[in-house]
Design a protein around this ligand. Sequence first.
Ligand SMILES: [Zn+2]
Length: 417
Amino acid sequence: MSTEGAHSDRKKYEFRKVIEDLKNFEGSGTQLVTIYIPDDRQISDVVAHVTQEHSEAANIKSKQTRTNVQDALTSIKDRLRYYDTYPPENGMVIFSGAVDSGGGRTEMVTKVLEEPPQPVESFRYHCDSNFLTDPLEEMLTDKGLYGLIVLDRREANVGWLKGKRIEPVKSASSLVPGKQRKGGQSAQRFARLRLEAIDNFYQEVAGMANDLFVPKRGDIEGILVGGPSPTKEEFLDGDYLHHELQDKVLGKFDVSYTDESGLRELVDNAEDALADAEVVKDKAQMEEFFKELHGGELATYGFEQTRENLVMGSVDRLLISEDLRKDVVTYDCQSCSNTDYETIDRRKATPEHTCTECGTAIEASDDDREDAIEHLIEIAEQRGTETKFISSDFEKGEQLYNAFGGVAGILRYSTGV
Ligand SMILES: [Zn+2]
């Protein structure tokens, strides 16, 4: 079971990486082609569709765009030759097009992603100046959709908890006057105006929440409401929310902020109500890590230390930040046969390195570098270590990224490394 989880996490990671690259590409015209193919669609149908698009592309006015679109379609047809009657399980997605590679030049890119984590639901042909990655990103989102509302009488924010990600969507601020009335105003009139303003604001917040959540009410597992007392009580007891949303409220929670950070605080404080949510499972992993770090002997962190423990087979769970984007360079010293590893930003050039054993300067080429996460997962798989990707949308997850280099582990036994 654990290896299956690691496999799917790894696959998700590989998909995410490809998507991040694809999203950066741009075509100078409407010339980047994306095709989503469900697994029950015959390849011959797809080829026929692509052929049709190819002949229709002959009508494109700009010669450059026409050529680019037709080249993309030809490249897609070439790739489709490798498949028999049907695409692999869950279908596949093909991206192809001439992307800007800087300095007015273009480069042809073709990527085929097979067996996405969820089935491709319908055939889609898309030609635009960007690749269509949204449906694929949706598939990579962890299960569990929750609506979030934080409010006090002055400010409100609504958003989503999608799997492990907290996504702020809308905010509002109110014109509710403070408790002090101005001179000359009657106390009664002031109180009435103030209550009206509060009521208006609650209606506005509910309107925001209804617009966002009602269309998704079938998918939402629950709604969390946060704020100081008595605001959240007034808001919920006043039946401002759409009645179907009201039924989905899992609870109300004290939070001290009602800006975007209040959404995070809300998720933190609603831990019990969210016991099934992915982010809470991540939190439990990090709690265990910190407990070992401060009082136990089973914590390891940082790329090199964790790697060393992994190689020894002493790591029970490998914890990797979902935001980690690094390469690792392997430096083999010719003078003393020591091997060092150094992690670097994925976009940076390979630096020279000084051997930690003998001080010899070592140069490395691009062949000596690889994706740091893939490097670690490969060792983990060989040693039967479970890999967990940890969101940085909560405090301890953020610490994994910032303070521990995005890599940590919980050990099976103490190793003293
Ligand atoms: Zn050396």
